[in-house]
Design a protein around this ligand. Structure first.
Ligand code: FAD
Length: 512
């Protein structure tokens, strides 16, 4: 095998590393084995799993990615390749042990401003507008670029410092999902480099199988290099409400009532519905609420053990401003939150969408952002949420000496998802998402949270609650088959078609 020398400087820095592959010169110059870069590529937001790649590709064009994939395919013993967005995965999903990690965000520097392009825009029919976005782009940048023109995508995640390719490989969910569907339901067209290195443009009409495979496809079928997203008129402000309940049944009944108004064009419907649980434990975060109200909220939580909070948002702009208060009143009329436990903020649209970043800055300043995150995300069928409340929230989480940083629990409508896509969800018209977002102070706490997560999964299994994991945790081959259920055969066939050598996104642990 010819000596691999990726670049003089990088070789000097990493001279002790042994070459594994003989890369063509054009690729070798884009690969880095700088120990610091390798170290970064072997970690993620989870800080739990570490897998060291052989090298990191710093692409300066989409062709570099295609060439890397083709080169691996040409070898009798191909190496694995993992596109890495912002590595906000929590269990190594964007890593590639001894393979090559593609630093997708590097592409932005070579786009010459073409990373986010709004097109087809006639002010008279803004609903025909769309934006072409590089797979490496961050949602926060999509927000800024589109709202400048009075436009915005329809479906978001709670946190926007994630890449478009990363969230479309999962689903991309938030409080807008009940009405507009997940982000994967809001894609018109994609450019994808398949697992064989072919560049393919696909949509519902063109090369549709690849389109459906890639959306929610956990990076298994191709690298998303461009997504065309529909836009709507951007609101300018948000009425942001939190309604507190001491009763799970009232909380979930009201959430389901709110998401039953889900027509995209229904201006009376809510724009966002989520749910948060507050536990009677130390670290109760009440920063959203006015200081004078915090003691009575704390005492409600203390009394009931768990308080359930509906988070509800109604957007508006100067045209709808005269009506917005009445619209909010109509939305909450008849809801059964604890009387007087309704709290409201009035913020700009961007402040609302970028709310998690504000928390990120606080956590970073305290050194609490770059810590282990043993998270559990899952979907629960509506028919079993009451059992889930008793068995998980009350009997496991409340009773144990572990506090999640935040626990999200809110419903969405199945008919806003497209079953042809790779994402898997429960087989009921309405299902809930659980986001058990933990942060651990050290290894012992990671172990304790992991034990709790296993206990929750075991409880669901024993009780016959047919959950589907989201941002799925590592599984055995048999568990993956069970996870995909009736979609497994199709998923496997699509892998054989688009990535027959099983090169892509090995960190998901599905085919390796
Ligand atoms: P990475 O972690 O880099 O990659 C994820 C997977 O996608 C990997 O398998 C990778 O190989 C693959 N991949 C990456 N880029 C591409 C590409 N261009 N083409 C093909 N495959 C690719 N999710 C939600 O749905 N809703 C939320 O509200 C939400 N909030 C979050 C808040 C925080 C603080 C964090 C840390 C995560 C949150 N997530 C949320 C999860 C997030 O959507 C996923 O972790 C997502 O994968 C992150 O995107 P990323 O760019 O960091 O992807």
């Amino acid at each position: 095998m010819a000596m691999l020398c990726l670049s003089k400087i990088k070789c000097e820095k990493s001279h002790k590393l042994q070459p594994l592959f003989s890369f063509p010169k054009s690729l070798a110059s884009k690969l880095s084995r700088d120990p610091q870069i390798l170290l970064e590529a072997s970690t993620d937001y989870g800080h739990i799993i570490h897998k060291s790649p052989y090298a990191v590709l710093e692409p300066s064009s989409i062709d570099d990615i295609a060439n890397l994939i083709k080169f691996s395919n040409s070898l009798s013993n191909p190496f694995t390749i993992s596109p890495r967005g912002k590595a906000h995965s929590v269990l190594g999903q964007a890593m590639a042990q001894n393979g090559v990690v593609v630093n997708m965000t590097q592409l932005n520097g070579f786009r010459n401003g073409s990373g986010i392009v709004v097109s087809n825009c006639d002010v008279k029919s803004p609903l025909d507008c769309y934006v072409d976005v590089g797979g490496e782009q961050l949602w926060i940048d999509v927000l800024h670029a589109t709202t400048k023109l009075g436009l915005a995508p329809l479906s978001w995640t709670d946190y926007l410092y994630l890449t478009v390719g990363g969230t479309l490989s999962n689903a991309g969910i938030s409080g807008q999902t009940f009405r507009f569907g997940p982000q994967i339901s809001n894609v018109l067209e994609l450019d994808v480099i398949t697992g064989q290195g072919e560049f393919v443009t696909c949509s519902r009409e063109k090369n549709s199988e690849l389109f459906y495979s890639v959306l929610g496809g956990l990076g298994q079928f191709g690298v998303i290099t461009r997504a065309r997203l529909p836009l709507g008129p951007s609101p300018t402000r948000a009425k942001w409400l939190r309604l507190i309940y001491d009763d799970f049944s009232k909380f979930s009944t009201d959430q389901e009532h709110l998401i039953s108004f889900n027509n995209k064009n229904d201006t009376n419907a809510a724009n966002y519905v989520e749910g948060i649980l507050l536990f009677n434990k130390p670290l109760l975060d009440l920063s959203f609420y006015p200081t004078p109200d915090q003691p009575r909220i704390k005492s409600l939580v203390t009394k009931s053990g768990i308080a359930y909070v509906i988070e509800l948002v109604k957007y508006y702009d100067t045209n709808s401003q005269p009506r917005v208060d009445e619209e909010v009143d109509n939305l909450i009329k008849g809801l059964n939150f604890v009387p007087t436990f309704m709290f409201q903020k009035d913020v700009t649209y961007e402040e609302f969408l970028d709310r998690v970043h504000v928390e990120e800055l606080v956590l970073r300043s305290k050194g609490l952002w770059e810590v282990p995150h043993p998270w559990l995300n899952m979907f629960i069928p509506k028919s079993r949420i009451s059992d889930f409340n008793e068995g998980v929230f009350k009997d496991i989480i409340l009773k144990q000496n572990l506090t999640p940083v935040i626990l999200l629990f809110y419903p969405m409508n199945r008919n806003k998802w497209d079953d042809k896509m790779s994402a898997v969800i429960p087989n009921e018209d309405v299902f809930y998402t659980l986001g058990l977002l933990n942060a651990a102070s050290g290894l012992d706490e990671v172990k304790a949270f992991e034990a709790q997560i296993q206990q929750i999964l075991q409880f669901c299994n024993d009780s016959g609650i047919e959950i589907k994991q989201y941002l799925t945790r590592n599984k055995t081959p048999q568990q993956w088959i069970q996870h995909f259920g009736t979609k497994w055969q199709l998923f496997e066939d699509r892998k054989a078609k688009f990535d027959p050598k099983r090169i892509l996104s090995p960190g998901q642990g599905i085919f390796q």
